[in-house]
Design a protein around this ligand. Structure first.
Ligand SMILES: [Zn+2]
Length: 116
């Protein structure tokens, strides 16, 4: 009977490697960004993460290296490399819909390549 279990466990391991390995690799990649531009005309920008202060929120953190949903305009999501300060004035927290003024700087910085 055990032989039936083996292929399944193998498949689970493969799935774990596919989905978990990239997640684990992300923080390392963020802390040591590439030193050469990924494309000509790109510049490395150091941007701060901002946290939503609504207590009912998760709390939600805006990460400029990831960008975000744009709840007000779903067809135009925020691309990576946009500083919190440069988000549209009508941008709102995608979790609780609080406005930008309810966010505060988290004191954590990320480096992201942007068009110079
Ligand atoms: Zn929020």
């Amino acid at each position: 009977m055990m032989y039936r279990m083996l292929p399944r466990r193998g498949a689970l391991k493969t799935l774990a490697a596919l989905f978990i390995a990239p997640l684990l690799a992300r923080p390392a990649a963020a802390s040591s960004p590439p030193t050469t531009p990924p494309a000509p005309g790109m510049a490395l920008k150091r941007l701060q993460k901002w946290e939503c202060t609504n207590e009912e929120c998760e709390p939600y953190v805006y990460d400029p290296s990831v960008g975000d949903l744009n709840v007000q305009d779903l067809d135009n999501p925020i691309p990576p490399g946009v500083a919190f300060e440069d988000l549209p004035d009508d941008w709102i927290c995608p979790i609780c819909a609080d406005p930008k003024r309810d966010f505060e700087p988290l004191g954590e910085w990320v480096e992201v390549w942007v068009k110079a």
